[in-house]
Design a protein around this ligand. Structure first.
Ligand SMILES: C[S@@+](CC[C@H](N)C(=O)[O-])C[C@H]1O[C@@H](n2cnc3c(N)ncnc32)[C@H](O)[C@@H]1O
Length: 236
């Protein structure tokens, strides 16, 4: 059965009690009392189509604000850097671990960023999370490469993933990849370009500059190469 991002943690939320892992407790509690800008499990069901309204700390008309999604936001360094430099946009971070989602949301709160929201979900099943044309950009820096063939089904980039993000992107939407794995990079180029994306040198929102990440710095420190590409929709 295909993964559905929003159902993956439904059981964790349903069985939630005070004896569970501290990060699970914090996340579930924060979602209930609104202490952190986070969402998990079944609560996400009413998000598609109304993402912009979830940024409740931002007043006024948000319908024209670009919505950028970072998949695999880790502890939120890149997400918060992007959000700080671009207050004109809204940023959603997705990660699959409770601890990283909590750290990301706490980092955003501590930096006073109102334009950040964090979601615990499996991005392998992204389809139920956003409606068609709702997102303006997907940032995917150093997704887990799953280099062994027997683990290939866990890779983020697949034809199905690329078709899903293509549908979820607005007419001028983009996708941005960085990875240290050349075969992964080549495979991702094939998938993205086969579903209708074309390479671009410059992205809307991020035209003014690039962003680093924890993993990018790690690879650069070790003198290891990395590969990156930006795509927009073919007719954009
Ligand atoms: C190699 S780290 C890269 C972190 C960060 N993007 C960077 O460049 O420093 C991959 C991140 O993706 C998250 N991740 C892995 N599989 C995921 C999935 N299926 N859905 C959402 N996040 C996932 C991991 O928890 C981790 O934070």
């Amino acid at each position: 059965m295909p993964v559905r991002s929003i159902d993956v943690f439904a059981d964790v939320v349903a069985k939630f009690d005070n004896d569970c892992n501290a990060f699970v407790a914090k996340l579930v509690q924060a979602q209930q009392d609104g202490a952190l800008p986070v969402a998990i499990g079944p609560a996400l069901r009413d998000f598609p189509g109304s993402w912009r309204s979830k940024f409740t700390a931002i007043e006024g008309d948000k319908s024209k604000m670009p919505l950028i999604v970072e998949i695999g936001c880790h502890t939120g360094q890149t997400l918060c850097d992007m959000a700080e430099r671009h207050p004109e946009a809204l940023f959603v971070g997705i990660d699959i671990t409770f601890k990283r989602v909590v750290h990301t949301a706490e980092r955003a709160r501590d930096r006073g960023l109102k334009n950040v929201f964090v979601v615990l979900a499996n991005a392998g099943g992204l389809a139920p999370l956003f409606s068609e044309g709702e997102v303006d950009g997907f940032v995917t820096f150093f997704p887990d490469p799953w280099v062994k063939k027997k683990h290939a089904r866990n890779r983020l980039y697949s034809e199905s993933f690329c078709s899903t993000v293509y549908r979820q992107l607005s007419a001028r939407g983009f996708i941005w990849l960085k990875t240290d794995q050349l075969p992964y990079f080549e495979m991702a180029c094939e998938f993205t370009e086969s579903v209708g994306f074309r390479e671009t040198a410059s992205l809307p929102v991020f035209a003014a500059g690039d962003f680093s990440s924890l993993f990018l710095r790690r690879f650069e420190l070790k003198g290891q190469p990395w590969y990156g590409r930006k795509w927009v929709k073919l007719n954009a």
